[in-house]
Design a protein around this ligand. Structure first.
Ligand code: GTP
Ligand code: MG
Length: 204
């Protein structure tokens, strides 16, 4: 039931084109090909919602999705989910990468309705530079962050648990604002847990 009924709203090339900055939204960020769009589809239980691709750099837009109105603390909200462009793919032209670097930065700093970040990380390649930057930003501004260590189906259960423990260690003093879990869009691992986490962010 959680996060069901999501609908595409619009795709934006700059933050000024996003829906009005009111209510509550949660953004999905991560490196190119990490599995952001797949995670969004798994969480909303809607396979064709966000476009996924084997080719990294597929999502070169900020894509906004709306959820049906829900009562949050007695207030009716129409929450949004935002699929941010993948970051770090070398074949995306430099100019485009620079553009998105600035836009993502502006989005994180200016977006008042942003309640939290879901950081999608390939469990086999934890915390590359972009991921660290995002985490540092969240820690510095106390923006809540939930990390999905995705593609967990590529590792054994044991290896996955080790990756999770290693990541949590890096949260250190920031653990009140940062949470993490194992996830897989293909194997449907951790989907309910992640839905709860997104709802918690939206309620923040
Ligand atoms: P960009 O939009 O290009 O930044 O990529 P993205 O982060 O949105 O990744 P996307 O969801 O398009 O997935 C990239 C590739 O990884 C696709 O081939 C997916 O099928 C695959 N993939 C995504 N999630 C999983 C997963 O949990 N397990 C496995 N094995 N593959 C996955
Ligand atoms: Mg994508």
């Amino acid at each position: 039931r959680l996060l069901q009924g999501a609908q595409f709203v619009l795709a934006a090339h700059r933050i000024s084109q996003l829906p009005a900055d009111q209510g509550a939204e949660v953004a999905f960020a991560g490196r190119s090909n990490a599995g952001k769009s797949s995670a969004l589809n798994a969480l909303t239980n809607h396979k064709g919602l966000a476009r996924t691709s084997k080719t990294p750099g597929r999502t070169q837009q900020m894509v906004a999705f709306s959820l049906p109105p829900t009562q949050i603390d007695g207030v009716s909200l129409e929450p949004r989910l935002i699929d941010l462009p993948g970051y770090g793919y070398a074949k995306v032209p430099l100019e485009m990468r620079e553009h998105w670097k600035l836009e993502i930065d502006a989005y994180l700093h200016q977006r008042r309705s942003l309640r939290g970040l879901v950081l999608i990380v390939d469990i086999r390649h934890p915390l590359k530079e972009f991921d660290r930057m995002m985490l540092e930003f969240c820690f510095a501004t106390q923006l809540p962050c939930h990390v999905l260590l995705t593609k967990a189906d590529k590792l054994s259960r044991n290896q996955a648990m080790q990756a999770l423990a290693a990541l949590r260690k890096q949260f250190a003093d920031n653990s009140p604002h940062a949470t993490a879990q194992i996830f897989s869009s293909s194997a449907n691992t951790g989907v309910d847990e992640a839905r709860e986490a997104v709802m918690t962010l939206l309620r923040t």
